[in-house]
Design a protein around this ligand. Structure first.
Ligand code: GLC
Length: 604
């Protein structure tokens, strides 16, 4: 499927004879380079078709609809193959790092292979590092000598990628690091490298250089979808001239989106979207007035590096990635999933297979992702998530109900039709059980990772928040699939193991607090039981409901995936809507427990 607005238009790239500087590293600007820079800054870009500035809602529309992007971290660090921060982490002197730069020769780079993978994976846009913190530009820059020109490679990878992306109808953006460990004018320098890190540079002059590179990127590579800044944390927005840089970009390409790292990563700045890194916010991102803002979670498939790391052997599973995409989209965000190509230009097998798996899932279920809005439900009683589009609600079911009945509370609309996206020809029977909607499902899930039920409604979804109720025996089951969780925990929560247990895991922070809302039919005493798995023991926990409080300490269950139930104590609860929280005190980075559920039973 194509992005809904016009695809990017690359413009011819006419490399100028490059102004060379022959002085050694850390040299001040030579006259020729300065001249090139001044020319670039003063001459209006000839090659770029001017854009008509779109109003904000229009400018960001493609991004809101796209949902899924591919992040590419590629540069000299790939030669080392250990992390994109290698120069800093291993304190590699610049002269030695330069030898890696001179060896960067991506002979197997094939821009079409990358964009083919992206397109077949259902990716709608690509963001690639034009320059990472090491200061090396993976394009042919007229204003820097620390670019592709010092490598044996003859081409301009960004130009090739821009053209391939254009051919595939993919948008292309550039990650550009503000921090620069190479440029003589950037300060502070690395503390391990120089005696006086704050001395010897000139940040204002550096920013002119950065603008000159931005001008190159925004005038010679077609329409730029995004300028994705990073490495902003060493400076205030005043020092970085953030507003000036913002206006500079808008002038060159008024419709290019700008991420929040040109400022500080807090909502409430001029940026187009927020960039939670390696996590999915619990309830999306909002500006200081509480209005939801655009956001994009950037995430690696492996655990640590963004750049190629040949030593990493653990990768997120296809299941985790598909569910992560769904989770992000159900909270109104985009997922920017990273690859770090090898120094010779290939994308490693582990990444390819996972992108392909996402593509297979999206081929069947893409309708429930692209162009959708966040879930209309505050919470759901089943393990899954929801998205919406106009009069349609999509229920992404992760755990198939054992009784074949999907219970959807709080949906007031009339359901015109229900079907599985995987089997669109067959209508699913629906009925009401008082105000709950019941959808009859076939015995087998069409997709054990996530199957999507499409509900066509008589109007836009009208919902009331779901509140857990007691069953026929008076039991209240508070399973983790229907808890809310306030902090950054949820991205690792709600795992499901091979035996069908759904649980919270990696509970390493005391302020990750699962909360349930439920109704107590009549006042009385309740016995609380807790079910968890835990190889270790000893973490303290507290159960709080209203003014009642119970404490306990985690027992070893002889395995993280061995789930056992323990009594916690009795509490008195008044009738009506209640909330219950479980607070844990995890010890020094250890998982407190794999919590599955809390059950409240009327005391005999
Ligand atoms: C961090 C890292 C950087 C990576 C980025 C991606 O800021 O410093 O290496 O490029 O995250 O968001």
């Amino acid at each position: 499927m194509q992005p809904s607005t016009d695809p990017p238009q690359p413009t011819p790239h006419n490399p100028q004879p490059k102004a060379h500087c022959t002085q050694p590293r850390w040299r001040p600007f030579c006259a020729a380079r300065l001249l090139a820079l001044v020319l670039l800054l003063s001459i209006a870009a000839p090659a770029q078709t001017p854009q008509t500035p779109l109003p904000e809602a229009e400018r960001t529309r493609w991004f809101r609809e796209a949902k899924f992007g591919m992040f590419i971290h590629w540069g000299v660090y790939a030669v080392i193959g250990r992390h994109e921060w290698a120069r800093h982490r291993f304190q590699i002197p610049q002269a030695q790092y330069d030898t890696y730069a001179r060896r960067f020769n991506p002979v197997n780079f094939n821009a079409d292979a990358w964009t083919d993978l992206a397109a077949s994976a259902g990716v709608r846009y690509i963001v690639i590092t034009s320059k990472h913190h090491d200061g090396f530009s993976i394009f042919r820059s007229q204003v820097s000598d620390y670019d592709m020109e010092i490598t044996p490679y003859k081409g301009d990878p960004l130009k090739m990628l821009a053209e391939a992306a254009q051919r595939k109808g993919l948008r292309l953006g550039f990650y550009h690091s503000i921090m620069d460990w190479h440029h003589p004018d950037y300060v502070p320098k690395r503390a391990w490298e120089v005696a006086n890190p704050k001395e010897g540079g000139n940040l204002d002059r550096y920013l002119e250089f950065m603008k000159a590179q931005l001008r190159e990127l925004l005038t010679a590579y077609g329409q730029v979808a995004v300028i994705w800044f990073d490495g902003e944390w060493e400076h205030t927005t005043q020092e970085m001239h953030s507003d000036e840089v913002y206006d500079f970009i808008r002038k060159l390409q008024p419709n290019t989106l700008i991420n929040d790292r040109l400022y500080k990563r807090e909502p409430g700045n001029r940026a187009d979207f927020g960039t939670p890194e390696q996590f999915v916010p619990a309830t999306g991102l909002k500006d200081p007035s509480g209005k939801p803002i655009l956001w994009e979670s950037c995430v690696t498939i492996n655990n640590d590096s963004w750049g190629y790391n040949k030593y990493e052997t653990e990768f997120k599973t296809e299941r985790d990635l598909v569910r992560m995409l769904i989770e992000v989209v159900s909270k109104g965000g985009n997922l920017l999933l990273n690859v770090g190509p090898t120094p010779d230009g290939r994308i490693q097998r582990e990444f390819v297979t996972r992108f392909e798996a996402l593509g297979r899932w999206l081929k069947v279920n893409g309708e429930a992702i692209y162009g959708t809005t966040a879930s209309p439900f505050a919470r759901l009683p089943f393990f899954g998530r929801a998205t919406a589009k106009g009069n349609t609600v999509y229920l992404h079911v992760f755990q198939w109900p054992a009784d074949g009945m999907l219970r959807v509370p709080g949906l007031a609309n009339k359901v015109v039709s229900a079907r599985l996206l995987a089997r669109p020809a067959a209508k699913l029977p629906v009925r009401r059980d008082s105000s709950d909607l019941l959808v009859s499902l076939p015995r087998q899930a069409p997709d054990e990772i996530a199957s999507v039920v499409q509900l066509t409604l008589d109007g836009s979804p009208s919902t009331t928040p779901y509140v857990i109720r007691s069953d026929a025996k008076g039991l209240l089951t508070l399973g983790v699939e229907s808890c809310e969780i306030e902090t950054r925990f949820e991205q690792r929560a709600k795992k499901e193991n091979a035996l069908g247990h759904v649980f919270l895991t990696r509970w390493t922070r005391a302020d990750d607090i699962p909360t349930w809302t439920f109704t107590i039919p009549s006042p009385g005493r309740y016995q609380a039981e807790i079910t968890y798995g835990s190889a270790g023991k000893g973490a303290e926990f507290t159960l709080t409901a209203g003014s009642a409080q119970l404490t306990g300490s985690v027992a070893g269950t002889q395995g993280d995936w061995v789930f056992k139930t323990y009594p916690v104590g009795e509490i008195q609860l008044p009738a009506g809507q209640q909330t219950l929280q479980v607070k844990a005190s995890p010890r020094a980075g250890l998982n407190a427990m794999n919590l599955e559920k809390v059950v409240l039973k009327p005391a005999p």
